[in-house]
Design a protein around this ligand. Structure first.
Ligand SMILES: Cc1cc2nc3c(=O)[nH]c(=O)nc-3n(C[C@H](O)[C@H](O)[C@H](O)COP(=O)(O)O)c2cc1C
Length: 400
C-alpha cells in the first residue's frame, strides 16, 4: 500500500488540535480522535472481541499518550445485533476481552469509550430469525430497501415496530451495557443515534410512521433517544456519556438533506441536551458526522452535500463537539474547524490505515492509503499490519 498521492499535508501542530482538552473526566493531550469503526472481526458464536487481534489493534491506535478512542459499535444484547462478527457487551466472555483492551489503552495513558449500537432495520432478518430474534424498527414494514424486504419475508421475520414495552426493554439494555463496560474500565460510552440505526430510525420520519408518543412530531420522534440519554446518564453520570448524530446522513436510506425540515429535528434534540446541560447534566460531548460524508462506504468526495453545515449545533450546544467526515485529506478544513476552543476531529478511514495518524497530522506527513476490501474481513491483514510513518519509509512506501 503506497502513500496517498496528490495530497498536500499541512502540519497542524500549532493549531488548537494539539491543545489539551478535558472530555468527561479525561484529560486529553490533543483533539484528534478515533471515531467508531466496525471491523467485523469478533468471534461467532458469542460476539466476542477477537481474542488474538483486538488488543493489538487498539494498542497501536492509542500509543500516542492522551488520545481519545471511541470503539467500534458494540451491542448491548443479542436482540440489538444480528451481525455475527460485531462484538457485544452483555456476556462475561465478551467483557473479559474488553477489560484487556481497556487496560492496554490505559497503559498507553489514553482513553476509551465504547459506542453502544442497536441496529434496528439495518440488521439481517434471516440472522435474527435463526436466533429467534425480532427484526425491529420504529414502524412495521417500512423497509429500507427491496432486498431487506425480500429477506424479511423469506425468513418469515417481517419488520416490527417496537411496542412501548419493547422500547423500555431496550432502554434497560442500554443502561446495563453502560454499567457493564464502565465496570470493566471504560472511560465513558457513546450513544449511537446516527447513520440510520435504531435511534436514527426513530428520529427520521422516513422510517418513523408511528402515531403514538414516539412518532408524528419532532418532540415525539426525539423521545426514544432522549429517554436513552436520561437513563444512561442516571446510571453512570452525565460526564461519562456522549452521543453521535448524522443530520445529513443518507446511509441506511435516511432522509439527509432531501428532507429540509430534518435540521429542525436535530436542533430540537440538541436543544434538549443543552437544557439538561444548563441543569447541571452536560454530556461529555456531541459527535457529528459532517455533510462532507453522507455515506462512508462511498469514496471521499462522492455523496458529499455542500449546501449544508453542522454549524447550527454550535448555536445551541455549548459543550465539546467532535466532527468527523473526510477530514484527514482536508487539513485546511480542520485548521478552520479547530479555531474555536471546543472542537475535536475524528479521523475514521485513515486512522484504520495510519495507526500513528496523530503524529502525522501534527507534523504534516503523508498518509498510508487504505484497503477497503479489508475493512470488514476475518483476517489480521488490513487490521494490524499498517505501518507507522517510519516503518513505511523503511518499507519504501514513499517510492511506490
Ligand atoms: C469500515 C467502517 C466502519 C464504520 N463503523 C462505524 C460504527 O461502528 N459506528 C459509527 O458511528 N460510525 C461508523 N463508521 C463511520 C465513521 O465513524 C466515520 O463517521 C466515517 O467513516 C467518516 O469519517 P472518515 O471520512 O474520516 O472516514 C464506519 C465507517 C467505516 C468506513
Amino acid at each position: 500500500m503506497p502513500f496517498v498521492k496528490d495530497f498536500k499535508p499541512i502540519a497542524l501542530k500549532d493549531t488548537n488540535l494539539f491543545k489539551p482538552i478535558k472530555i468527561g473526566n479525561n484529560e486529553l493531550k490533543h483533539r484528534a480522535v478515533l471515531p467508531p469503526l466496525t471491523r467485523m472481526r469478533a468471534h461467532h458464536p458469542g460476539n466476542v472481541p477477537n481474542k488474538e487481534w483486538a488488543v493489538e489493534y487498539y494498542d497501536q491506535r492509542s500509543k500516542r499518550e492522551g488520545t481519545m478512542l471511541i470503539t467500534e459499535g458494540v451491542f448491548p444484547s443479542p436482540q440489538a445485533g444480528g451481525y455475527d462478527n460485531a462484538p457485544g457487551v452483555w456476556s462475561e466472555e465478551q467483557l473479559a476481552e474488553w477489560k484487556k483492551i481497556f487496560a492496554k489503552v490505559h497503559e498507553n495513558k489514553s482513553f476509551i469509550w465504547p459506542q453502544l449500537w442497536v441496529l434496528g432495520r439495518q440488521s439481517y432478518a434471516d440472522t435474527l430469525a435463526r436466533d429467534g430474534l425480532r427484526y425491529d424498527s420504529a414502524s412495521d414494514e417500512v423497509y429500507m430497501s427491496a432486498e431487506q424486504e425480500a429477506l424479511a419475508k423469506k425468513s418469515n421475520n417481517p419488520q416490527h415496530g417496537l411496542t412501548k414495552d419493547e422500547i423500555k426493554q431496550y432502554i434497560k439494555e442500554y443502561v446495563q451495557a453502560a454499567k457493564n463496560v464502565i465496570g470493566v474500565g471504560a472511560d465513558g460510552v457513546e450513544i449511537h443515534s446516527a447513520n440510520g440505526y435504531l435511534l436514527n430510525q426513530f428520529l427520521d420520519p422516513i422510517s418513523n410512521k408511528r402515531t403514538d408518543e414516539y412518532g408524528g412530531s419532532i418532540e415525539n420522534r426525539a423521545r426514544f433517544t432522549l429517554e436513552v440519554v436520561d437513563a444512561v446518564v442516571e446510571a453512570i453520570g452525565h460526564e461519562r456519556v456522549g452521543i453521535r448524530f448524522s443530520p445529513y446522513g443518507t446511509f441506511g436510506t435516511m432522509s439527509g438533506a432531501s428532507d429540509p425540515s430534518l435540521i429542525a429535528q436535530y436542533a430540537y434534540v440538541v436543544g434538549e441536551l443543552e437544557k439538561r446541560a444548563r441543569e447541571g447534566k452536560r454530556l461529555a460531548y456531541i459527535h457529528l458526522v459532517e455533510p462532507r460524508v453522507t455515506d462512508p462506504f462511498l469514496t471521499e468526495g462522492e455523496g458529499e452535500y455542500l449546501d449544508g453545515t453542522n454549524d447550527f449545533v454550535y448555536s445551541i450546544w455549548k459543550g465539546p463537539i467532535i466532527r468527523a467526515g473526510n477530514l484527514a485529506l482536508h487539513p485546511e478544513a480542520v485548521k478552520e474547524m479547530v479555531e474555536d476552543d471546543r472542537t475535536l476531529i475524528g479521523y475514521g478511514r485513515y486512522f484504520i490505515s495510519n495507526p500513528d495518524i496523530v503524529d502525522r497530522v501534527e507534523k504534516g506527513l503523508p498518509l498510508n492509503k487504505y484497503d477497503r476490501d479489508t475493512f470488514y474481513a476475518m483476517t489480521p491483514k488490513g487490521y494490524l499490519d499498517y505501518p507507522t510513518y517510519d516503518e513505511a519509509i523503511k518499507m519504501g512506501w514513499d517510492k511506490n
